[in-house]
Structure formats: C-alpha cells, structure tokens
Design a protein around this ligand. Structure first.
Ligand code: NAD
Length: 440
C-alpha cells in the first residue's frame, strides 16, 4: 500500500512580495488591528495577555483512503481563540493555501465578530490543506468525516460549533454532523451549523452572510447620502458570499459592473452583469473561467484589476490580504464592504482612510453568517424551527444595531469603523473574561 504526504507546493499567499517588500501574514495583520484598538481604550498588559493570543491550537494529520487505493495524509487544524463568552464558533476551510497562521487569524476575527454582534459565542476556526476540486465526492466525504473524528473531543454544542467556510458547504456539514452523532449515539444537530434544511439547518442561513453585508451597506449608504439605485458594484469572489451579494444588491437597484473568481475577472461597465447568469454559469462550469465566451462581458488581463474599479461599492468576497499598501493607493470606491475575512491589511487601511474610503470592516460586515448560525444553533437546541421571516427580522435587528453601535463608537473616539468595531468587541470580551476570573 502506498502512503503519500500531501506536500504539494503552492505559491504562498500571505508572504507575497509585492513591489519588493514582504506583506504581513494574516495573523500579524489581525494583531496590529487588535493593538491599535487596545491602545485607544488603554487596555492593561494583563487584559491584553488574556485575550490576544489563541488559547488552543490543534494540528492533526488526516489519513484518507483515495479512490485508487492509496492513502493520502492531509494536514488539518482547529484553533480556539477565546471562549470567555460562549463556545468556540467558526468555519472550516478546505483550501491548498491554508496555514496555521491563517487559521489563527480567522479564529481571532471570530472572537471579535461574535462580540461585535453580541451573540454568546467565542472564536474558533478550522482548516485543511487540500484542493477539494481534485477530490472525488467519496474522497471529500472521507476527509470531512476524518477531520471531525480526529478532533471529536474538541467539538460539541457547548464546546466548539463549526460551520462552513471557503470550499465547504451544507453537504460537508451534514457528513461532519453525522460523524459526531454516530460517535455519541445521539442525533446532535447543534454540533455544527450551516447544515442542509433537512438536517436542522436554518432558513436564511445560505444567504445570511450576504444579507448581513447588504444591511450594513444600506446603513452606510444612509450615512454617506449614497443612493443605492444605480450605484455601481464590483465583487471579488463569486462563491456563497459574493454571488448572494450580487443578487441582493441588484434587488436594491445596484448595477454589478465587475465580478471575479479563481477562474478570472470580468466586467461590463455600461450594461452591468446579470448576477443570475453568472451564478448559472458557475453552477455549470464550477468557476467563471471563459465567462466572456458566453456572456456580454470582457475579461481583465489580471483579475486583481477589479479592485481598482472606480465603483461606488467594492466587495472583497474571496480571501485575505487582497488590498495591501501596494495597491491601496489605486483602490478608490466610496465604500468597501468586507465580505471576506481580512481582505485589507492594516497598512492598506491607513491609505484607504486617507483617501476617504468608508470601510465596513469584516468583523461587522460579514457577521450575518455567524448570526444566523447562532440562530440555527438556538433552533437546534429548542427542536423548534422558525420561518424565514422570523430569522430575517432577527438578523436585521442585530445587524442594524451593531452597525449603529460601531458607527457611534467611531464618532466618539474619532477612529475608523474597524478600530471602533474592535473597541466594542474587546471591551465585551475583556469584561466577560474578568467576570469569569482565572480558574486555578
Ligand atoms: P466560497 O468557497 O463559496 O467562495 C470563495 C470564492 O472566492 C470562490 O468564488 C473562489 O473562486 C473565489 N476566489 C478564491 N481565490 C480567489 C482569488 N485569488 N481571486 C478571486 N477570487 C478568488 O467561500 P465563501 O463562503 O463565499 O467565503 C468567501 C469569504 O467570505 C471568505 O473570506 C470567508 O471566510 C468569508 N465569509 C464567509 C461566510 C459564509 O457564511 N460563507 C461568513 C463569513 C465570512
């Protein structure tokens, strides 16, 4: 029997040298954001020590039998950043570029995201170094089940409740829930969220991240006196978050002028792009590759050009570190709505601020996903399921109130929306940690 390590080399995403200098890693970027907010509210060294770094970082090797009989060993991670306010909550990413640094950053952002929208959960995140497009359905299922089985003691409705992230969706959640349930000889839907509706998923979860983002964009537009009717939009990333964002913003009257994904970037400034046509194309072809051959769009030579479109609203909905100090001077939309986690580096923020770009930060902007995940968890624990309008109402109430809190805090401390969001979140996490005290 042949056993191979999954040691394929991919270009490092975070260490990319652009214009000759090394960009910060996602976790370095996260810590800079934290430190800037901690300084404003004069957090003490003791307070910082308790809530800054992740509490637990787990790395596993996941042997999976491939269809041809080989065993391939994948590398997996689960990070618990902070669980003072409730069980760890955060998605599981399947991507070839996953690193422990990235998972630590994503878990960090989950802690503060849950605190910004004030849901009673902490921060966690997981990842597997894998390119799932190269796996068969059976291989994907065995990898998903192995991931859950290998770290089953970490998970649980009151311990750590994962969810989907890049390249994982309801099907993967169903397999993981089944694996957990088989081990405990119980039906335990509340161990994971983002499940199919038939297995205890919540109505409204699939589009929740984009819904939450649109609620934030509407609030931001009011503050900036921007009419969404006819406002132009560019979206990087056309998966769950990006494609739903396109649909929902079009319903608000916006014109989607540019979209991109791993297959390429495309634009039509005059007539705009029909989001449904693009969604159908991706359903059929997996990515937007060659979209210009069947739709009325033109392809960018370099899809990163999309970020420099002079649009009203720019939505990064792909991966981290897309807008750095190298390209930030050329990125000039009125609003950046961060559907992705960590798309702008700390250094880019300073440049964007100077250019008057209004950033709705990730820990607020994409919190609709975890908010409806929380509502899913609540429904699972009650065993009683709500209609879509009840979920939508709760999401709207939570997001509008969080946006207003962050906006007011930014005015009060004269800081940007990101620092304001961290100020609110850090204060909540610190308070909870101090009230609990140190055990033993
Ligand atoms: P997804 O896997 O459904 O989609 C990811 C998209 O990004 C795909 O279209 C992919 O082709 C594209 N992409 C990858 N690399 C790219 C590149 N270099 N340039 C352009 N496009 C690229 O994932 P998703 O769930 O939509 O997540 C997208 C982002 O939103 C991630 O940062 C994720 O952490 C964040 N997010 C998602 C949720 C959620 O509920 N799905 C919640 C909060 C935050």
């Amino acid at each position: 029997m042949e056993t191979t390590m999954n040691t394929k080399k991919y270009p490092p995403k975070h260490m990319g040298t652009m214009m000759g200098h090394v960009q910060p890693t996602a976790f370095e970027n996260a810590l800079k954001q934290f430190e800037a907010a901690a300084k404003v509210i004069k957090l003490t060294d003791n307070q910082i020590a308790v809530i800054k770094e992740p509490r637990r970082v787990t790395e596993v090797k996941l042997p999976v039998r491939m269809d041809d009989g080989r065993i391939e060993v994948f590398q997996g991670f689960r990070v618990h950043h902070n669980i003072a306010r409730g069980p760890a909550k955060g998605g599981i990413r399947f991507h070839p570029d996953v690193t422990v640094d990235e998972v630590k950053a994503l878990a960090f952002w989950m802690t503060y995201k849950c605190a910004v929208v004030n849901i009673p959960m902490g921060g966690g995140k997981g990842g597997v170094v894998v390119d799932p497009s190269k796996l068969s359905l059976g291989e994907l299922e065995r990898l998903a089940r192995r991931y859950m089985a290998e770290m089953i003691d970490l998970f649980g409705p009151d311990r750590d409740v994962p969810a989907p992230d890049v390249n994982t969706g309801p099907m993967v959640m169903a397999w993981m829930m089944d694996t957990y349930s088989m081990h405990f000889r119980n039906f335990v839907p509340s161990v994971i969220t983002g499940k199919p509706l038939e297995l205890g998923g919540s109505k409204g979860r699939a589009a929740a991240t984009a819904q939450g983002m649109v609620i934030c964009v509407r609030e931001a537009a009011k503050k900036l006196n921007l009419d969404l009717k006819g406002a132009t939009v560019a979206i990087q990333g056309y998966g769950n978050a990006g494609s739903n964002a396109a649909k929902l913003l079009r319903e608000d009257g916006c014109k989607i002028v540019a979209i991109s994904d791993i297959g390429g970037g495309f634009y039509n400034h005059e007539q705009g792009i029909d989001p449904d046509v693009a969604i159908e194309y991706v359903r059929e072809h997996k990515t937007l590759k060659d979209f210009e051959r069947s739709a009325n769009v033109r392809a960018y030579q370099d899809p990163m050009e999309l970020l420099q479109e002079p649009v009203d609203i720019l939505i990064p909905a792909a991966l981290e570190n897309q807008i750095t100090d190298s390209n930030a001077p050329f990125v000039k939309p009125k609003i950046i709505a961060e559907c992705a986690n960590g798309p702008c580096t700390f250094e880019a923020d300073a440049i964007l601020d100077k250019n008057g770009v209004f950033i709705i930060p990730d820990i607020l902007c994409n919190a609709g996903g975890v908010t409806v995940s929380y509502l899913e968890w609540v429904q699972n624990r009650m065993g009683y399921y709500w209609e879509a309008d009840k979920v939508q109402q709760d999401l709207e109430r939570i997001m509008v109130s969080a946006f207003q809190d962050v906006y007011d805090t930014s005015q009060k401390f004269n800081v940007n929306m990101r620092i304001a969001a961290f100020i609110i979140a850090i204060e909540r996490v610190t308070k909870a940690s101090e009230m609990r005290g140190l055990y033993a």
